[in-house]
Ligand binder design. Sequence first.
Ligand SMILES: [Mg+2]
Ligand SMILES: [Zn+2]
Length: 195
Amino acid sequence: MDKRPAVFLDRDGCVNVEDSYIRDLAQLRLYPDSLNSIKKLNAAGLLVVIITNQSGVARGYMTEDLVRRAHDLLLGWARESGARIDGIYYCPHHPEGSQAPYAIHCQCRKPAPGMLRQAAEELGIDLAASFVVGDKISDIALGPAVGARAALVRTGFGVAQLEKIESESLPMPDHVADGIGGAVEWILSFGGAGG
Ligand SMILES: [Mg+2]
Ligand SMILES: [Zn+2]
């Protein structure tokens, strides 16, 4: 089977509104253009995968079950609107967490590329032809780590992270967009899965 390109979307501050830790499902609110943007990626033949650090589990702010229920909710909203999310991967760990099983150094907490590699294996993804979108330096660092292109969005922590990139002369993302809609327009300019 031929490997396919994917778009790896960060969750908080990219697909849904950044609201510190999502400890209650009522906090989960999508940006207005999130589902339409996902539909455009679907139509272009790109896989859509959400990858999210949820260290609040390791910190004892919420349970892993709450994270899973949040993802069921996201998948349900997508399905109802005709958008397709091909996978959601999360990292519940943090090395300084308070909840023993989760308080570890792992391979999945971004900027480590573990979730991308797992998704690539399970879903048949060509990482070098793929894209990463997120509001943090730990998101866009995944691009160079796996040979993908990366866009920073100004939603969530994006504006503050961009200032940090500039003031500390950190590596710039391949693109900066106002939000997920602009990032997807940039991605589609490469021609989609056939491009
Ligand atoms: Mg984020
Ligand atoms: Zn992890």
